[in-house]
Design a protein around this ligand. Structure first.
Ligand SMILES: [Zn+2]
Length: 439
């Protein structure tokens, strides 16, 4: 009997491993909808994290070793330090699986500390925690379940919770583990799923990208994209309130009111970050789905950040580049020191452009082009030269206009076509125009 069971588990494991090869792991954030959850349920949720904290500190007080007696998973009462004395608290919501994972995490932390110690770093002991912000839900279908129709999350022992964002999870996928997260008083579920690998595009189309401070993204087809998610005015107000709140230098603690305001500020930042991530994803996805080869320069965005600070911060173009790298079929990364600005696309003349010069005028052949478009164009050719790509398709007006249309539909994004490049003859006319007077 036992032999049979072991055999079955082994086969199942092999089956899963083979299946995973054709899948990619993705993670999604689902938000618990506070407005549709009863006070009692919310209290339970809060209590769950509190119990998690009590149990964590209880384990730390016992000392963490590799071997944790099985009975620790079953502990249902712990002593909690309240001011100077200990009081007994009941663990009525924290399941043994949750406890098991808390122990595992502590063991990993201890191991990591040992490793650091071996490398000669000075390491302290594991410290007691003031609050716990995540609880691992190990088994889908057991510890937790999602109901796509009712839009609910069921947590073992805690009941059903209305959630927002389930539609992100693809239909044909395997849902596995999840993390229940508490962030500034809101609750989220980070679900890991295995979905079929997306087919990558093979259409021989190529595009070059220039990343910048003024216009964040410029494409070699002439499309320019600007986006910035502005901090709402109320954040400034919140900062004012925060600066007036009490801060105790000795205990390093803020007043209750200060803590509340800080939580609100963090929430605003989290929201802003999500918006930016969403924009990055949408643009990168479009590019990846429509162009097989994508060339971009490995610019030192971190250094730009030091120079331009806030503006880069608001757009996180570094995030865009990382997303792009991940999604594109064949990324063509051009080294950061390769020259891509100030190259004439007609005659190859090299010109030094100051950052303030937004238009490239070729002194040799008179070609005039938007500085960033010219850079995206040079990046595209530099990228193609790095690899033996062979014959590629040229860009057509139809794909440029559908791209423009798509980008315009993304919230917070301003997309436009840079002034069309002028051929040398047209440029002459344009430059001379003001001085020509007709009769
Ligand atoms: Zn030229």
């Amino acid at each position: 009997m036992l032999m049979e069971k072991n055999e079955r588990i082994r086969n199942k494991g092999r089956e899963t491993r083979n299946k995973r090869k054709a899948q990619v792991a993705k993670s999604f954030e689902i938000k618990l909808d506070k407005s549709k959850i009863s006070k009692e349920r919310m209290d339970n949720l809060e209590r769950l994290f509190l119990e998690g904290k009590w149990f964590t500190n209880y384990m730390i007080s016992k000392g963490i070793t590799d071997l944790v007696p099985y009975r620790d998973y079953k502990v249902n009462k712990v002593n909690v330090k309240v001011k100077d004395k200990f009081e007994e608290r009941e663990l009525r919501l924290l399941s043994s699986q949750m406890k098991q994972y808390i122990i595992k995490r502590l063991q990993n932390n201890v191991k990591a500390l040992h490793e650091l110690g071996k490398k000669g770093k000075k390491v302290g002991k594991i410290k007691y925690i003031k609050s716990l912000h995540s609880i691992f839900l190990m088994q889908y279908g057991n510890t937790y379940t999602l109901d796509m129709k009712k839009r609910t999350l069921h947590i073992q022992g805690l009941g059903d919770f209305k959630v927002i964002g389930l539609e992100q999870i693809p239909n044909a996928c395997d849902i596995t583990t999840a993390n229940l997260i508490e962030r500034n008083g809101d609750y989220f579920l980070h679900v890991t799923v295995y979905a079929p690998k997306e087919e990558k595009v093979h259409n021989r189309k190529v595009i070059g990208i220039d990343l910048g401070v003024k216009d964040q993204i410029t494409f070699s087809n002439g499309i320019k994209v600007k986006y910035s998610v502005e901090m709402p005015k109320r954040v400034k107000k919140l900062y004012k309130v925060l600066s007036r709140s009490q801060y105790n230098e000795e205990t390093k603690e803020r007043s209750k009111r200060g803590q509340k305001v800080l939580a609100k500020i963090n929430k605003e930042f989290a929201h802003e970050n999500n918006q930016k991530k969403d924009i990055n994803n949408k643009i990168a996805h479009y590019v990846a789905m429509n162009y097989e080869f994508v060339a971009y320069q490995n610019d030192p965005i971190k250094e730009w950040q030091r120079f331009f600070g806030r503006r880069i911060y608001q757009t996180s173009i570094g995030g865009f580049r990382d997303t792009l790298k991940r999604k594109v079929s064949t990324p063509l990364e051009v080294g950061r020191f390769a020259k891509t600005t100030g190259i004439c696309m007609y005659c190859g003349y090299l010109l030094h452009l100051n950052l303030s010069e937004r238009v490239f005028r070729c002194p040799s052949c008179g070609h005039v082009q938007d500085r960033d478009v010219s850079a995206a164009y040079a990046t595209k050719y530099e990228g193609l030269s790095l690899r033996n790509v062979g014959e590629t398709l040229v860009d057509d007006d139809a794909s440029t206009s559908s791209m423009l249309e798509y980008l315009k539909s993304v919230p917070h994004v301003k997309a436009s076509i840079a002034d069309e490049a002028r051929s040398p003859e047209q440029a002459d006319v344009a430059q001379e125009a003001p001085s020509v007077r007709v009769g």
